[in-house]
Design a protein around this ligand. Structure first.
Ligand code: FAD
Length: 445
């Protein structure tokens, strides 16, 4: 592999988490002794930290410390091998981070989505990218409706062992034949004595290979028999036992984030006890919505993290790479797109943390309507995903040919940054939503 300007590969790909110097940070977390102090030769942390709460900054510092044990090479190797990052999941679980936004009586930290978003952003921004964030993502947000709507007995049975990292959960909503038209989903759970029998197919289910639990949305009353399509769906927290009859998986080969598997899941009369149902039968869609807005915030954070780390790498490279006798970063053609991408990320960051704050406050403040929460969370996800894409694309281009080389990691970020644009809801559906619900335009679909 050709290394520009005669540097060694190891010096180019060295990873470091610098101790940040925000005036808001009391730096309770000690700088790990095995890491070099910040210097001009390593990427600068560029995100502006002014305005974050002390809790958010503490989360950022502590999570960054854990992630510093997982260098770029770890993620490049796992992307190549498709092996799940169990070590990161275990390290986060060990220090209690899986339960960051779950209640303290269950072993969680009792913090909000504002802090959880910061956690996911920090994981992504460490270079772990969407893959690293996705290794814990569903466990953080899909458990929100369970914590809120399950019975006391269910909460105690279902959540503490997930928080401790003993279990991993996946989230099963998307179906191949209905796509974004979630209310038409066809997987059905049929009551049979003390059990339900589940039949149908899900697709794109992340982490299903390693998960032993699934939070599942299935139809319990046929679409023809309900007044509104949002009725008749139920939410389940089920054992996801691949050795039991009636459950099969097929892994999907995908473009990016390969360390975390994506799967087709086939249910054929897969039996689960009745007490795996969360809330009342038929109320599942209303319940799951509670988790969906929080997921948009988390994914927005993940996108931001990817965008910032891509820009950090681009700024470093543009500083060091000499062509025509000067650093390429001295050319405005390189500098300006990176500066514009930075401002886009900062704007999306404000939208993201505004949405997370509105989401967290909505539980306590009756003046905050579900509409306000929905608009803020959807807009944030859209803006962060687009800003991340611009930053990742700009970073690859600023690296020239090296942007295309795996060793520089930015091509991995570009592949991964499509995920927040597509999932859990696409850009087009967010625009449909804003067009209709905010601008009052006719429903276009
Ligand atoms: C990496 C990855 C991980 C995922 N993980 C999970 C998971 O763990 N669990 C899970 O349940 N799902 C998961 N998903 C699924 C994801 O949520 C869906 O892919 C997403 O919701 C889009 O659905 P679809 O792929 O069926 O697109 P489709 O519904 O087939 O839409 C295809 C395209 O058409 C556009 N479109 C459709 N209708 C309209 C319209 N009326 N107006 C304008 N445009 C329209 C869409 O915007 C989109 O661009 C994951 C997806 C990916 C890629």
């Amino acid at each position: 592999m050709i290394i520009p300007n005669g540097r060694t590969l190891s010096s180019l790909s060295f990873w470091i988490i610098p101790r940040h110097t925000s005036r808001y940070c009391n730096c309770r977390v000690r700088f790990p002794s095995n890491l070099r102090p910040f210097s001009a030769s390593v990427p600068r942390r560029i995100m502006e930290l002014t305005g974050f709460s002390q809790e958010q900054l503490d989360v950022r510092e502590a999570v960054a410390k854990i992630c510093s044990n997982f260098p770029d090479e770890y993620w490049a190797e796992h992307d190549e091998s498709g092996i799940y990052p169990h070590e990161l999941h275990a390290a986060l679980a060990k220090d209690g981070w899986i339960g960051i936004a779950l209640p303290e009586d269950l072993g969680g930290a009792g913090l909000g989505i504002s802090e959880a978003t910061m956690m996911l952003q920090t994981i992504s921004q460490s270079g772990a990218g969407i893959a690293g964030a996705q290794s814990v993502h569903a466990n953080v947000y899909a458990t929100q409706p369970v914590a809120r709507f399950a019975t006391e007995e269910q909460r105690k049975r279902m959540l503490p062992r997930l928080i401790s990292g003993e279990f991993k959960a996946c989230f099963g909503v998307t179906e191949p034949s209905t796509g974004l038209e979630t209310l038409k989903l066809r997987t059905h759970a049929t009551r049979d004595g003390d059990s339900y029998r589940i039949s149908g197919q899900k697709i794109w289910i992340s982490s299903a290979q390693v998960a032993s639990k699934m939070i599942l949305l299935a139809r319990t009353t046929p679409l023809e028999d309900v007044k509104k399509p949002s009725e008749g769906l139920s939410l389940f927290f089920i054992d996801f036992d691949k050795n039991a009859p009636g459950l099969e998986l097929r892994k999907i080969k995908k473009m990016g984030g390969r360390a975390v598997d994506a799967n087709e899941v086939f249910f054929d009369n897969y039996r689960v006890p009745v007490d795996t149902r969360i809330g009342k039968e038929g109320q599942g869609f209303r319940i799951v919505l509670h988790g969906m807005n929080s997921e948009r915030c988390l994914l927005a954070g993940e996108a931001l993290g990817l965008g910032y780390v891509a820009l950090e790498k681009a700024a470093k490279y543009a500083q060091e790479r000499i062509v025509f006798g000067r650093s390429i970063g001295q050319n405005q053609g390189i500098q300006h797109p990176l500066a514009a991408a930075y401002m886009n990320l900062e704007a999306a960051k404000l939208a993201t943390y505004h949405a997370a704050r509105v989401y967290d406050a909505s539980g306590k403040d009756p003046n905050i309507t579900p509409h306000a929460v929905g608009v803020a969370c959807n807009s944030a996800k859209y803006l962060a995903a687009e800003a991340a894409f611009t930053a990742c694309e700009g970073s690859v281009l600023a690296h020239g040919g090296m942007g295309y080389a795996q060793e520089y990691h930015v091509e991995r970020y570009l592949r991964e940054c499509f995920v927040p644009r597509i999932a859990p809801v696409s850009r087009e559906m967010i625009m449909n939503y804003v067009g209709e619900k905010v601008l009052g335009l006719p429903r276009s679909y």
